[in-house]
Ligand binder design. Structure first.
Ligand code: ZN
Length: 182
């Protein structure tokens, strides 16, 4: 940020009184512009034991497989955002069963959250964001072509505990740093 989003004045970078981090501070209207991590919310949809994956039609990672998910919007809950993204990316309306993973990415200031969700019908369809959508058996997951490490971690976690009753799977809560295995 170079200019104040409140009044348009050039901002200064300084540590506000009582704070411990450098912030963009407007010397004109005195607004302090805090920047905080962004939340990505999505689902791991399951239909009759198979996992729904979407092949990305857009960058980043076009052509790679992912779980439906995206940036949480204002005025929605984490779960509502996950279902909205699942609809937008896969025209799929699963039922949420439990929170499955919360993965922090400190280097890029994001937190990725995925819910386990049950598809009551096998209905889905491609969208502008997903050029191909497929239900994969556990042993068919294209691990080498999974788009994001948070998605891979969530899929691995699900595969490990998939035989437990929905609602009883442990929560994966971890952080991923560059070049560090989780
Ligand atoms: Zn200002």
């Amino acid at each position: 940020m170079k200019f104040c989003s409140n009044c348009g004045h050039k901002v200064n970078f300084e540590i506000p009184q009582g704070d411990h981090r450098v912030r963009a501070v407007c010397p004109n209207c005195f607004t302090i512009h805090y920047e905080n991590p962004r939340l990505i919310t999505g689902t791991l949809p399951v239909y009759q034991g198979k996992i729904l994956l979407c092949k990305r039609g857009i960058e980043p990672k076009a052509g790679f497989w992912t779980l439906p998910g995206g940036f949480m919007e204002n005025e929605e809950s984490l779960a509502e955002g996950a279902l909205r993204e699942t609809w937008e990316e896969a025209c799929c309306k699963p039922v949420i069963q439990q929170l499955l993973s919360v993965v922090s990415l400190p280097p890029i200031n994001q937190v990725h959250c995925f819910y386990l969700a049950k598809m009551e019908t096998g209905e889905f369809s491609i969208t502008p964001e997903s050029i191909e959508i497929q239900l994969f058996e556990i042993n068919e997951i294209p691990w080498e072509d999974v788009a994001f490490r948070t998605v891979k971690a969530t899929l691995e976690h699900y595969c490990q505990f998939k035989d437990l009753a929905p609602g009883a799977l442990p929560l994966l809560e971890t952080a991923i740093y560059p070049n560090k295995p989780i």
